[in-house]
Design a protein around this ligand. Structure first.
Ligand code: ADP
Length: 400
């Protein structure tokens, strides 16, 4: 594939536009499980934008040229698209990660004006994500108006939850206005379920909890591979303690801050999105690596609180599932932090998890790994998530 002279492989472009980064990858359109290249632009909004391109394996990416250090999301996406074009890649379709799909989307779909309008309408429910997802879609359309685009929603995987799990106990007019629990990280849960289904001789067990632990973090209860409950709710603010989000917080705290401290809405939103969680607890960092390396008592407490919340919320999901046949770690922390995994498995001792020090130290690889002691009543796995691969597969399927 690649630059002039070779016949380029028809490929699918996957774009994951996050709050400060744009990750992209190309997959073989005829065999979308084959990733051809991957790259990313990070540090958007910080004034120190950096690009990471696969220079070693793909000489043609030299055609991308320089990217300005103060590039915006739009500028970064334009730079990626123009760079891919100049490098001679043959892109047949683009698949996007879209965080919030609300009630309208229970599956991936082709983007048209009405889909764009709905993603825009949902911006207040995912302020950190939907605006950038939408901007990626619009930038692709402005450069390549005829390219088919597919939106893959993080909420869609949770459309299988029963009404009792998604309903908030609020008056009817608010429920009718769409105020309910949705759930997120669905592309990751799909990826993990696919991997375990392939990897385990008996396929995915009936009752599994997956812990997606990254900057954002959530748990999902899977019954026969389908989401029946999850810790995130109306927005990605609910549930676990995250890098900068507090997760589960008595709504009375919000009322108190509004009424007694006169906190203004924008300030409150910033507090809950950017200043809380591991960062707020430690006063040091939102980054688990930094906290693990710190000797400060507040850093240790933040890590302990992170694990404690996961163990407690697991109890709630076990009740929803009526038992548990497997527990899975994924995401940047889940795949890399033996300390966090060890503390959580200790906390799940009552479910029969057990800890095998050596197995827990293993590094996540392409295949899922069993990390619980042999014969443990509750098998525990570590699975590397690959959301982009799920998007590539959905995109290939929908444009076929
Ligand atoms: P995002 O939700 O932004 O995709 P990731 O899934 O990449 O985030 O997870 C980022 C988190 O993973 C950070 O808290 C980071 O510190 C943590 N992490 C990455 N590598 C390690 C490691 N080796 N040990 C502990 N934590 C790690």
């Amino acid at each position: 594939m690649g630059a002039a002279g070779n016949t380029p492989t028809p490929s699918i472009l996957v774009i994951n536009a996050g709050s400060s980064s744009v990750k992209f990858a190309l997959y073989d359109a005829a065999a979308p499980e084959n990733r051809l290249l991957t790259g990313q632009v990070s540090g958007i909004g910080t004034g120190a934008v950096e690009a990471d391109l696969p220079q070693e394996t793909h000489k043609e990416v030299q055609n991308f040229g320089e990217l300005a250090g103060d590039a915006s999301h739009e500028a970064a996406i334009c730079w990626v698209l123009e760079g891919l074009e100049k490098s001679g890649f043959a892109i047949m379709a683009a698949g996007h990660r879209v965080v919030h799909g609300g009630s309208a989307f229970s599956a991936a779909c082709r983007v048209d004006a009405s889909v764009e309008a709905e993603i825009e309408r949902l911006i207040p429910l995912a302020r950190l994500h939907n605006p950038h997802n939408l901007s990626a879609i619009r930038t692709v359309r402005s450069l390549w108006p005829d390219l088919p685009q597919i939106a893959c929603f993080d909420t869609a995987f949770h459309a299988t939850q029963p009404e009792i799990a998604t309903t908030l106990a609020l008056p009817g007019e608010l429920r009718e206005a769409g105020i309910r629990r949705y759930g997120f990280h669905g592309l990751s849960y799909q990826s993990v379920a696919n991997s375990l289904q392939r990897f385990l001789p008996g396929g995915l067990p009936d009752r599994v909890i997956v812990a997606h632990l990254g900057n954002g973090a959530s748990l999902c209860a899977l019954h026969k591979g389908k989401s029946i409950a999850t810790t995130m709710g109306f927005t990605p603010l609910d549930g676990l303690i995250m890098g900068t989000r507090p997760g589960l917080t008595d709504p009375g705290v919000i009322v108190y801050l509004l009424e007694e401290q006169g906190m203004e809405a924008g300030r409150l939103s910033h507090l809950l999105q950017k200043e809380s969680g591991l960062l707020g607890l430690s006063g040091i960092s939102a980054d688990m690596r930094v906290l693990e390396a710190s000797d400060e008592a507040a850093a240790r407490f933040a890590v302990e609180a992170f694990c404690y919340r996961i163990v407690r919320e697991t109890g709630s999901l076990v009740a929803a599932l009526g038992g548990l046949d497997g527990f899975v770690f994924t995401g940047g922390i889940g795949e890399n932090s033996a300390r966090v995994r060890g503390r959580i498995m200790e906390g799940l001792g009552w479910l029969g998890a057990g800890v095998d020090g050596d197995a827990n130290q293993a590094r996540a690889g392409r295949e899922p790994l069993a990390i619980s002691p042999a014969g443990a009543r509750l098998p525990v796995y570590m699975v590397r998530t690959d959301e982009e691969k799920v998007i590539a597969a959905e995109t290939a399927r929908l444009v076929a």
